[in-house]
Design a protein around this ligand. Structure first.
Ligand code: FES
Ligand code: FES
Length: 156
């Protein structure tokens, strides 16, 4: 039975089983491949998207649990105030190495900054601990979040 989801402001009707993971719908049905598959078990963070502004692991999020919530992916995060600042800081600090984990890193960092415009080290650790980077870009990620926060006013 078709399910309607709202992704990056656009409604899509998709004909999938209700237990299909959101990640599969995004990548295989809608062709939005910016969100990555890593572990499929909520262990790496590569698949992170926002559902109503909350960072979630799309690999374990059944499509029928999304309902009418607004899904935001890496393709549109730059259109949000926090996402734009995070992406600029990522470029300024040259965070990316191989890049595979970085969509998820940016989505988690953007969700953090949108709700906490001036995160301390502990806040950053809490928000980012579930995002694994095999290339070890953690130091630059932390620097970039702090740089983005410096340019963040009230409300992120
Ligand atoms: S692919 Fe979802 S957390 Fe790893
Ligand atoms: S940049 Fe390569 S896994 Fe993070």
């Amino acid at each position: 039975m078709p399910v309607t989801i709202k992704v990056n402001g656009n409604a899509h009707s998709v004909d999938v089983d209700g237990d299909t993971p959101l990640l599969w719908v995004l990548r295989d049905v809608l062709g939005m491949t910016g969100t990555k598959f890593g572990c499929g078990m909520a262990l790496c963070g590569a698949c992170t998207v926002h559902v109503d502004g909350i960072a979630v692991r799309s690999c374990i999020t059944p499509i029928d649990s999304v309902g009418s919530s607004a899904v935001t992916t890496i393709e549109a995060i730059g259109e949000t105030p926090a996402g734009a600042k995070i992406q600029k800081a990522w470029l300024d600090r040259e965070v990316v190495q191989c890049g595979y984990c970085q969509s998820g890193q940016i989505m988690s960092a953007s969700a953090l900054l949108a709700t906490n415009p001036h995160p301390n080290d502990s806040d950053i650790d809490d928000a980012m601990s579930g995002n694994i980077c095999r290339c070890g870009t953690y130091v630059r990620i932390r620097e970039a979040i702090k740089l983005a926060a410096q340019s963040t006013g009230q409300g992120g």
